[in-house]
Write a protein that binds this ligand. Sequence first.
Ligand code: FRU
Length: 469
Amino acid sequence: MNVLRKDLERLAAEAEAARKPQDRWRPGFHLAPPVGWLNDPNGLCYFRGEYHVFYQYHPFDAACGLKFWGHYKSRDLLAWEQCPVMLCPDQTYDLHGVYSGSALCGEDGLYLYYTGNVKYEGEYDYISTGREANTVLACSPDGVHLSWKRLLMRNQDYPAGLTLHVRDPKVWAQDGKYYMVQGARTKEDAGVVLVFESPDRFQWRHINTIQTPESFGYMWECPDLFELDGQWFLLVCPQGLTEKGPGMENVYACGYFPLYGDFRGAYELGPFVPLDYGFDFYAPQSFTDGKRRLLFGWLGMPDAEYSNPTAAFGWQNCLTVPRELRCQDGRLVMVPARELEGLRETAREVRFSGRLTADVPETAEIGITCGDRLSLELSGLLLEASDGVLTLTVREGGYGREVRHAPVERLRSLRILADTSAAEIFVNGGETVLTTRWYPETAGRTLTLSGEGSAEIWTLRKMPVTIYE
Ligand code: FRU
């Protein structure tokens, strides 16, 4: 562990040196890996007064590779501490990656459920042969140091009819029991969600499988299931959809089904709703802090045809800001966690009627109230609302990102969190969201607005990140 820590410190120092002076794309208020590769948020929880954010982490280079669980924690979602790596692939049942999973807060510590990935060497299809997807439980008494790991289930313990693709346990407590959902791919190439129940967190029994009547993609990754304001929602990331159109323009989709009935027995799924319409949003995970349901997503997309130039500086990808979830008319609405208002520094208000140009800081929040015809450009990022569609075009610095569409019947407002190389665009109070990376060449940002309305522009200060001692 000490060796690993030393290696990580050396790599971090190298990356720090490599990014000076050119790496202007390091985010100011999004969590990014200190060095190396990041994907899904994992194990999100509020434990003993602190928010914990774990993430899929490949520390050794900026490309996707062997997965660990990296770790940040914070008291207020603004000042973060970079903690030691929590989970390493160091057992026979997880040696090719500590894959995604979730956390359960216990009296005696933090329980972390994840998928232990194992791949055999040889001529395999890696779908029905050549791999293992093990369900593993790890425990940390203090939320920072690991005390033990235990293998809970192997592929033969899952129900019949599945390929070897089963992963991403999301666990919660309810009605004096524990529940777990996992994503899976059936032998007929349909994505499904497996539901397990446990009396004690260790013994798990498969009690139900949630699926659509007609297959909807060949695999569902990263499921999440929760009730919000009396409505149940099943979040999934379906792979292999043949449907195209707004919200389905990326290589993989990410969205939710409203779930009616009981996830443990008879249920019905409503129509699939995309969660985000931008280029970079995947594998979101939600959790509660006792007051509200929050969500972080990976501000990235697996197997995308576009790229991220930060790989040259030794790191790649970041998470979204924490978002608060609400249910509005049976649909999910997402807005930035209210704590983020604490990043606001100077404010400026402008009215526009026709065309207006303004300088905007590199890390900024832009709030716009407008009519339903609007065109906005922020240093190469173009948003145009007309005829019920909001079009996002990346004109410059997209590295392969070109155009995406979102259905927006009547545009009323936009709230844009613009970081050095990422933008989260909340439309009409979070009814629709578009998230993207983009890489402007210069630090100075110019905002051009055409239409009618007013804009409030805040400078956002950068989030402090310190190293856990
Ligand atoms: C989603 C995913 C998960 C898996 C993890 C591996 O991005 O493919 O299904 O657990 O990434 O890093």
